[in-house]
Design a protein around this ligand. Structure first.
Ligand code: EPZ
Length: 430
C-alpha cells in the first residue's frame, strides 16, 4: 500500500488546477443509463471512485471510451469520457460492487425509469454514519414502483413505467434528490420534488439532463418541477469544478501561509466556505482565473461553525476546517449535523498534537502553537486530507498511511501540493 510522507513547515505559493468534481462526475456517469445515445463528459477527474463506477456501469452494459488527448494537452483538464448505454444488459447491481462505493446505489432510479425494473444491493456499512436509503425508496414508491427487500437487495418494479407525483423530502438528501430527479425525467406526467438538495452537483446533473432533452424547472432551488419525457438523447457536458477540493486547498494555503491561485475554482459553488475562511483571517479573492487565497503573516482566528446542506458549511469540509483550527489563536467549535460519526479524524489529529474535545456532535478545538509530525491513518477520504493539512504545518515528518482513501477523491494531490512548494512525496508500497 502506498504512503504519503510530508515534511511540514513550507509555505505554499503557486497555482493549483482544480479538478472536476467527484460528486458531480459520479451521478453524471450514472445519467448515461437513461439514454441509448452517447453521453460525452468532459473534465472527468481521474479517481479510484470514477474507475470503480465505470466497472459498475460496464456491468449494466454501458460502453465507455476515454477520448484520446490531443498533442499539447497537459493532462490537467481531466478525462473526456464517452458513455453509451445502447442496451441495458443487466439490471442487477451486485453487492460486491455496490458495497465498495455507496454512490453506485444511485443506479436504482435510472434503471427503473428506463427498464421498469432494477435489483440493487443495499450498500451496507459506512465509516461516517449509518447512511440509510429509506428516502430513495420512498421516492421510487411515490413514482409508482413496487419495492421489496430480498436477501440484501432492493428489488424494484414498475411494469407499466413510472408516473409523476409530488415528492416531499423530510430532510435534505443529496443522493435521494439525485435518485428522484433521474427517475422523474422519464416518468409519465409531472413530478414536483420539494425540499430538494441544492448542492451545486445536483444543479450540474439537472443541467446535463436538460441538454439531453429533459424538462426541469427550478434548478438550484429547493423545488424541482419535472415534466416527464418519453426518451432522452445524447449530449456533451463538462463536469463542474470540485468545490470540496477547492475548499481543501484553500485551507492548505491558510494553514501554511502563502499565496495560492486555485485555477478554475468557482466562488458561486462554495456557499459559506468563503465567509468562514475570511473569518479565520484568510484572504479569498475572486479573479478571472479562479480564487486567490492568501495568508501572509496574519494569525489564524478561531471560528464557530455547524455543517449544513448547501449553501451552509459542507460536511465534506468539516475535517479540513478542524485541522486548520488546530493552530488558531483561540478556541473554535465545530458542530457536525449531517453524519453522526464523522469525527474519526479527531484522534489522528491528536497524534500530531492537536487539542480537541468531543461533546456529542460538537468538537471544541483549542488552538495550539505547534503540531509535530507522526505516523497517522484515516478511515475516510475527507478525514485523510485533514491529516495532510495538519501535516503541512507540523514540525518534522508525518507518514500518512491508507492513502487509498485519498485516491478515491483527490486527483494527484501530492503533485499539486509539491508544485506549490510543499515537501510531500508518495512512497510506493512495493
Ligand atoms: C452525498 O452523500 C455525498 N456523496 C457525500 O460526500 C456528502 O457528504 C453528502 O452528500 C452530504 O453532502 C456523493 O455525492 C457521492 P445525503 P449522500 O443523502 O447523498 C440522511 C464525500 O466525502 N439520509 O445528502 O449519501 C443521511 O444519513 C462524500 O465525498 C437518510 O436518512 O448524503 C445523512 O444524515 C461522503 N435517508 C443525510 O440524510 C436517506 O435515504 C444527508 O445525506 C438518505 C440520506
Amino acid at each position: 500500500m502506498d504512503r504519503i510522507r510530508i515534511r511540514g513547515g513550507n509555505r505554499l505559493n503557486g497555482t493549483i488546477n482544480i479538478s472536476g468534481a467527484k460528486n458531480a462526475a459520479l451521478p453524471l456517469m450514472i445519467v448515461s443509463l437513461l439514454t441509448p445515445e452517447t453521453l460525452t463528459l468532459n473534465n472527468v477527474p481521474r479517481l479510484a471512485d470514477v474507475r470503480l463506477l465505470q466497472r459498475i456501469l460496464q456491468n449494466h452494459g454501458v460502453d465507455i471510451m476515454i477520448a484520446g488527448k490531443r498533442p499539447g494537452q497537459n493532462g490537467q483538464s481531466g478525462d473526456v469520457k464517452q458513455l453509451s448505454a445502447r442496451t441495458i444488459a443487466d439490471t442487477t447491481a451486485p453487492y460486491e460492487l455496490v458495497s465498495k462505493m455507496r454512490a453506485s446505489f444511485w443506479v436504482l432510479g435510472p434503471l427503473l425509469a428506463r427498464c421498469g425494473e432494477a435489483k440493487v444491493s443495499l450498500p451496507g456499512g459506512c465509516a461516517i454514519g449509518t447512511r440509510p436509503v429509506d428516502m430513495h425508496l420512498q421516492a421510487m414508491e411515490k413514482l409508482g414502483a413496487e419495492i421489496a427487500i430480498e436477501a440484501g437487495y432492493v428489488v424494484a418494479k414498475a411494469r407499466n413505467g413510472l408516473r409523476g407525483n409530488r415528492i416531499v423530502f423530510d430532510k435534505v438528501s443529496v443522493g435521494a434528490t439525485h435518485a428522484a430527479l433521474m427517475a422523474a425525467v422519464l416518468a409519465q406526467g409531472e413530478t414536483v420534488i420539494e425540499n430538494a438538495a441544492r448542492e451545486p452537483e445536483i444543479g450540474d446533473v439537472a443541467q446535463c439532463l436538460v441538454k439531453m432533452g429533459a424538462r426541469i424547472d427550478g434548478i438550484h432551488s429547493p423545488t424541482l418541477r419535472i415534466s416527464g419525457v418519453t426518451s432522452l438523447h445524447g449530449a456533451e457536458h463538462t463536469v463542474i469544478a470540485d468545490r470540496i477540493e477547492t475548499g481543501t486547498y484553500a485551507m492548505c494555503a491558510g494553514m501554511t501561509g502563502g499565496d495560492v491561485m486555485l485555477r478554475g475554482a468557482r466562488s458561486d459553488t462554495l456557499g459559506s466556505v468563503i465567509d468562514v475562511m475570511r473569518k479565520a483571517g484568510i484572504a479569498v479573492d475572486e479573479t478571472n482565473e479562479g480564487l486567490r487565497v492568501q495568508r501572509n503573516g496574519r494569525a489564524l482566528e478561531p471560528v464557530s461553525v455547524a455543517t449544513a446542506p448547501f449553501p451552509g458549511f459542507p460536511t465534506d469540509c468539516q475535517a479540513q476546517l478542524m485541522a486548520l483550527m488546530t493552530m488558531a489563536d483561540g478556541t473554535s467549535t465545530i458542530r457536525e449535523t449531517i453524519f453522526e460519526n464523522r469525527f474519526m479524524h479527531v484522534q489522528e489529529l491528536a497524534r500530531l498534537g492537536a487539542d480537541i474535545h468531543l461533546n456529542g456532535d460538537t468538537a471544541e478545538v483549542r488552538g495550539v502553537r505547534k503540531l509535530t509530525g507522526a505516523p497517522v491513518m484515516a478511515t475516510d477520504l475527507r478525514a485523510s486530507v485533514s491529516l495532510v493539512i495538519a501535516a503541512l504545518a507540523a514540525e518534522g515528518e508525518t507518514m500518512l498511511n491508507r492513502v487509498y482513501h485519498l485516491d478515491r477523491g483527490f486527483e494527484t494531490l501530492e503533485d499539486k501540493l509539491a508544485a506549490c512548494g510543499a515537501d510531500v512525496a508518495r512512497l510506493s508500497g512495493n
